[in-house]
Design a protein around this ligand. Structure first.
Ligand SMILES: Cc1cc2nc3c(=O)[nH]c(=O)nc-3n(C[C@H](O)[C@H](O)[C@H](O)COP(=O)(O)OP(=O)(O)OC[C@H]3O[C@@H](n4cnc5c(N)ncnc54)[C@H](O)[C@@H]3O)c2cc1C
Ligand code: SF4
Length: 503
């Protein structure tokens, strides 16, 4: 059963076996596994349930409905837009549906440097294969590449770089291009369409949407209740209180809100909120002489892979991925002045774009501000900044090699370039805080997994240090960035952790 806020105008008090907080990649998987083992599971989700009939493909309606803060969540200096979904299915409802596993180099790094030795590579491979099956992962056929994606591959290949098409979890995709504002065709196999129905089909799961958990009540190391408020979707106003008592609690509110909830509840110790990675992404857009129509077709399918093994970080380097932006998103993610932006948007049909994705170091922090809201503190460190600049230059070279007339760089003060020679302007360039239009769709860390309670929040079994019965299952447990897309890594770790809980 899926209940909305309107179903419980007076709030409610319930008791259950397992209470799962958050219904995204981590929470959805944990709920399905635990309900599948016969546990009575309640899933509490702050966002609304938005079935496809309500997906209007209109930016001004869908960002406020589906995204945290209407898509306006940012770091405390305003510099990086931190995108997260807030709906049944979490960020998987608004994501780009690319499926990448945890690379061997990253897994080895997590095991050796952070002591995550509970599972070997074979166990990870099995978990990823099962999750891939549930979400319908499949390779994107090269014939499905739109001109934006095809040009990136063409440019990358001309430069001799490693290019490929990615894997995705779409089936029956009509190529409408609206993935970022929710799929009106149910082609994107989000958690709301895969793991959540699996959980419901067991007959052991109940879902309460529009329910924000604000505090976990605990006594002598045992969490006894989740307390919160039914909220109004439009403005998150509190409408009615609720309380759920349970034997086991799974916190899966994502890398920004899981640490906030633990901090509000006095759980998790000194490491709560620390070690945040944002994996910042910089957009590089190009104008071609012919029509590209990046907004039609599968938005993000092509990859130029410039990642390399690194003894220090597991993986270093960067990935370039073609991307389409809805017009509003495109307009706010350029670093152009008004005049340039006007010309750029007038050429929108001829624009191609890609994102430079850089595995960063876990140097950020999520704190609880006096208002109770999250304060996301993050500054680019020197090595991430240098890699982002290298990635931006490589992206520009790819677009020029593919025949672009002009490339807009995401660096204020540097005008669009028309030739490789003009890229000389990048020498000595800086990505200054709050100036470059950076995006993060992959916040990770903040409830780090590890054996030592002094430096981590959860143990290798996902249990919060110092508690008997409370676990974290989401992207916040990663010790460092997964160095790529995060939905499958989150699902695979959750699957392993939840299976261990029932065995
Ligand atoms: C725009 C965008 C594009 C992306 N593209 C890709 C991609 O192509 N491929 C990929 O692999 N990954 C992608 N990702 C990332 C991926 O979707 C996430 O990493 C993944 O969903 C994270 O899982 P999670 O469980 O940690 O959090 P989420 O999936 O974000 O779920 C957390 C849920 O908890 C809820 N919640 C928060 N606080 C509370 C509370 N106090 N009480 C109750 N509920 C609460 C939230 O509303 C949310 O629904 C993208 C993300 C975004 C935003
Ligand atoms: S491109 Fe495909 S998956 Fe994305 S919104 Fe359109 S139909 Fe859905």
């Amino acid at each position: 059963m899926i209940r909305t806020g309107a179903d419980v105008p007076e709030g409610f008090v319930e008791r259950t076996d397992v209470c799962v907080i958050g219904s995204g990649a981590g929470g959805g998987v944990a709920a399905a596994v635990l309900a599948g083992a016969g546990r009575e599971v309640w899933i509490l989700e702050e966002g609304p349930h938005v079935p496809r009939e309500r997906m209007t493909q209109r930016e001004e309606e869908m960002y406020p409905l589906l995204y945290r803060d209407g898509g306006e969540q940012r770091t405390d200096d305003g510099g990086i837009s931190v995108l997260q979904g807030r709906a049944l299915g979490g960020s998987t409802v608004v994501n780009m549906a690319d499926v990448t596993g945890i690379r061997e180099e990253v897994w080895a790094h997590w095991r050796q440097r952070f002591g995550l030795t509970r599972y070997d590579l074979d166990a990870l491979a099995e978990a990823e294969a099962i999750c891939r099956g549930v979400i319908g992962a499949n390779p994107i056929a090269p014939s499905r590449l739109n001109r934006n994606n095809a040009r990136l591959i063409e440019g990358g290949a001309r430069l001799g770089l490693a290019t490929s098409t990615m894997e995705h979890n779409r089936t029956g995709c009509v190529g409408s291009g609206y993935c970022l504002v929710g799929c009106a065709y149910d082609a994107k196999r989000s958690v709301a369409l895969t793991w959540i129905p699996r959980a419901l089909a067991t007959g052991h799961a109940t879902i309460q949407t529009e329910a924000r958990v604000e505090r976990l009540e605990h006594e002598r190391g045992r969490v006894i209740a989740a307390n919160g408020q039914i909220v109004r979707v439009r403005d998150s106003a509190a409408l009615a209180p609720f309380r759920i008592e349970a034997d086991t609690f799974v916190i899966a509110a994502g890398s920004v809100h899981s640490p906030l909830l633990l901090a509000a509840s006095g759980l998790g110790g000194r490491a709560v909120g620390r070690h945040l990675s944002l994996q910042p992404q910089a957009p590089v857009a190009a104008v071609f002489p012919d029509e590209i129509e990046m907004f039609r077709g599968i938005p993000q399918a092509a990859l130029v892979d410039c990642e390399r093994a690194s003894a220090e970080d597991g993986l270093a380097g960067f990935r370039l991925e073609a991307v389409s932006a809805t017009p509003g998103m495109a307009a706010v993610t350029t670093a152009l002045d008004t005049e340039q932006l006007h010309r750029f948007m007038a050429s929108y049909r001829r624009v191609a774009a890609c994102l430079c994705l850089v595995p960063d170091r876990p140097t950020g922090e999520v704190r609880r501000a006096w208002s109770g809201r999250p304060r996301i503190h993050y500054r680019l460190d020197a090595s991430t900044e240098a890699t982002l600049l290298e990635a931006i230059e490589t992206a520009a070279r790819c677009w020029l090699a593919a025949g672009a007339q002009l490339v807009a760089l995401p660096i204020p003060g540097i005008p669009p370039v028309r030739s490789v020679d003009e890229l000389g302007q990048l020498a000595g360039a800086r990505l200054r805080p709050a100036e470059a239009p950076l995006i993060s769709a992959h916040p990770q860390g903040t409830c780090r997994m590890g054996p030592d309670p002094a430096t981590s929040v959860v143990g290798l079994d996902h249990r919060i240090h110092g508690t008997d019965n409370a676990y974290v299952f989401d992207a916040s447990v990663f010790p460092t960035t997964a160095a790529s897309h995060t939905q499958l890594p989150v699902m695979a770790l959750s699957w392993l952790g939840a299976r261990a809980l029932i065995s």
